[in-house]
Design a protein around this ligand. Sequence first.
Ligand code: GLN
Length: 208
Amino acid sequence: MTSRPTIGVLALQGDVREHAACLERAGARAVPVRRPTELPGLDGLVVPGGESTTIDRLSRLFGLHGPIRAAIAGGLPVYGSCAGMIQLADRILDGHPEQQTFGGIDMTVRRNAFGRQVDSFEADLEMRGLEDGGRAYPGVFIRAPRVESVGRDVEVLATVPGDRTGGTSGGVGTPVAVRQGALLATAFHPEVTGDDRVHRLFVAMVTG
Ligand code: GLN
């Protein structure tokens, strides 16, 4: 791979342009992905936030679901934000009855779990793995999924306090950024903050 990896952004719906801009600033070449033929040759893939039911439906309609699952199984680095986190979860709660995910991360996430009254919120996060790690990362949560449980092989990179979410994790906090092997997922939206450190982490995972 060259020092400037090519990273696809799943361009079915959601924050596609914003992720592409962050990836370019983080040193990658960003390309939109709408068809299975656009997957080979990618060094990594971003699944943006948006609406997971729509991303799921369109990915199956466009024949991308199976090829993306296969690419994940083959070790392609993938980063999913918000709806993209849902798409990377092995198990989802409160999904549409027909809803499927790409899977890959051994976790259970509950859709829209922060509730309607707190549709959106911001939280300063301590996130492991970022450059300049002493500086908080501005987490922007928009109808975010809540990680309800993670398997042994999942590394939790950031949490919010349990009482923020009403979750069951008590004092341990609720994971909002996780990594399993070549897969990275955040419940929040780094593409709207102007702070590219999460994308830089993903680019580093890709160039690894
Ligand atoms: N609530 C959305 C879903 O279930 C995710 C929201 C987002 O990506 N901002 O897909």
